[in-house]
Design a protein around this ligand. Structure first.
Ligand code: C2O
Ligand code: CU
Ligand code: CU
Length: 477
């Protein structure tokens, strides 16, 4: 089977709602090679322990012709370097804030303890200060990411550039016959959009409580990128890094993409798709086979009918390695039969279960490692509402059903941490946490999150039932 369509109803696509902005390429921008973030070098390796420094910093980037743009990044002027960690490794990170404002370092997709290591709003690092964290990697190969998460300025800081890839590798991945030569046949593809005012970013000027669209596509920080293809197969690790925009990807000539992974793992079985919708916060991994093309050909990736990324084909050697039928075996532990089904609603564009976010309120509690159903409902009017990408910190989940029916083929038997929920729809998730702490869950349209479509859960370790956490409030921050 080759799936021909996006797995969502066209009427729910966020292109007919208020505030929609089509994409455009500013005049005078020449095509340029896709930037591939360098791999972050460790400060020190000591057996299974590895040490890094991540510094949030100001910088300047040549994004458009003419004046440079003032941007923020991690160990880079914009976005960051790619951190690669391995399952089982003990990772020590020095978080350094060289920005003029406070920030936090959130590990989206990493199953680390909350709320401090997780890096949400309870873990500010003040300007000029640093903080050390450490965690053990307890999850399989995937592309996760690090982004700023101070409340309520997450969107503004991500808009300025604070987002970087965190790749988890493992032995399973090492064994699979897939492209894995970073920057050669394996590329992170961070999909974002930004608006420029005289070449500068101005988040306030572009603010829209329904979510901010940028007018110019930025892929890994590049406006009109191309990839030089020198191998028959190319692996793309897509990251939906926009505040609001959904990416509706498809190739020219209807070229097939073989999807091999989702947010936090490979799929059990690869599937072939023609189209792929990637919402804010989501990751999808595909392999594209250019066997039908020859040196000199050019084939492009589109979002809707807008050309995003060009693949320039060069000579390559034949690569007919086939993927095994089974590329990953997800754990699927039994649901705790004593736990009632949890109901979470995403309301309007700024509430969860009817309430706006409060830093000092714990909205739910769940026991460590207890596997529970969460029914997540988007209560928007089904005629005019939008998809809301629901995200949980510090855990992966399995998608069980959509309105009682089978989930999308690319969300079955794969670990997810962000899932699109359609207007009027209820998505059932199977959720458990392998670390204790306080964690946020929210819509990943970042303006919705900042406006209050966010709540928090405390995960209780039965060995320390009375443990409490110091929660920040807006005043002390
Ligand atoms: Cu990408 Cu609260 O997270
Ligand atoms: Cu997160
Ligand atoms: Cu939302």
């Amino acid at each position: 089977t080759v799936y021909p369509d996006y797995f969502y109803a066209e009427k729910d696509f966020d292109k007919s709602h208020m505030g929609y902005k089509p994409l455009t390429i500013p005049e005078g921008v020449e095509a340029q090679p896709l930037a591939v973030p360098p791999l972050l070098a460790p400060d020190k390796v000591d057996g299974n322990d590895i040490y890094y420094t991540i510094e949030a910093q100001e910088g300047e980037s040549q994004i458009l012709p003419g004046k440079k743009t003032k941007t923020w990044g991690y160990n880079a002027p914009l976005l960051g370097q790619t951190l690669v960690v391995k399952t089982g490794q003990r990772v020590h990170v020095r978080l350094k804030n060289s920005l003029p404002v406070l920030t936090s370092f959130h590990w989206h997709g990493m199953e680390v303890p909350g709320p401090i290591t997780d890096g949400g709003c309870h873990a500010p690092v003040y300007p000029g200060e640093e903080k050390d964290i450490e965690f053990t990697v307890k999850q399989p190969a995937a592309l996760t990411w690090l982004h700023a998460h101070p409340c309520p300025s997450t969107a503004m800081q991500v808009w300025m550039g604070l987002a970087m890839g965190v790749v988890v590798t493992d032995d399973n991945e090492a064994r699979l016959p897939i492209p894995k030569n970073y920057g050669v046949d394996e590329f992170p593809v961070v999909l974002q959009d930004r608006t420029f005012h005289d070449n500068q970013l101005d988040y306030r000027a572009d603010y829209d409580p329904m979510g901010v669209f940028g007018e110019v596509p930025l892929i890994n920080g590049v406006v009109r990128p191309y990839i030089d293809v020198t191998t028959q197969k190319v692996r793309l690790l897509f990251l939906g890094g926009s505040d609001r925009r959904e990416w509706r990807l498809h190739f020219e000539n209807d070229l097939t993409m073989t999807q091999i992974g989702g947010d936090d793992s490979f799929l059990r079985h690869p599937i072939d798709v023609k189209k792929l919708l990637i919402g804010p916060g989501e990751r999808q991994q595909v392999i594209v086979d250019f066997a039908g093309y020859k040196e000199g050909d050019v084939v492009s990736l589109y979002t809707d009918d807008f050309k995003l990324l060009e693949f320039r084909i060069h000579a390559f050697e034949k690569d007919d390695r086939e993927l095994p039928f089974n590329i990953f075996t997800p754990d699927d532990p039994a649901v705790n039969s004593e736990a009632p089904v949890r109901h979470v609603t995403m309301d309007d564009h700024d509430k969860i279960n009817g309430l706006r976010f409060s830093m000092e309120r714990i909205d739910m509690k769940q026991t460590l490692n207890s596997v529970e159903y969460w029914d997540v409902t988007n209560t928007n009017n089904s005629a005019s509402g939008m998809l809301h990408p629901f995200h949980i910190h510090g855990a992966h989940f399995l998608v069980v059903s959509r309105d009682g029916k089978k989930p999308n083929p690319n969300e079955i038997n794969v670990y997810k941490d962000t899932v699109e929920v359609g207007p009027g729809e209820t998505v059932r998730l199977k959720v458990y946490f392998q670390n204790a702490g306080v964690f946020m869950y929210h819509c990943h349209i970042i303006e919705h999150e900042d406006a209050g479509m966010m709540a928090q859960i405390q995960i209780v370790d039965p060995k320390e039932p009375d443990k409490t956490y110091k929660l920040m409030d807006m005043e002390t921050i």
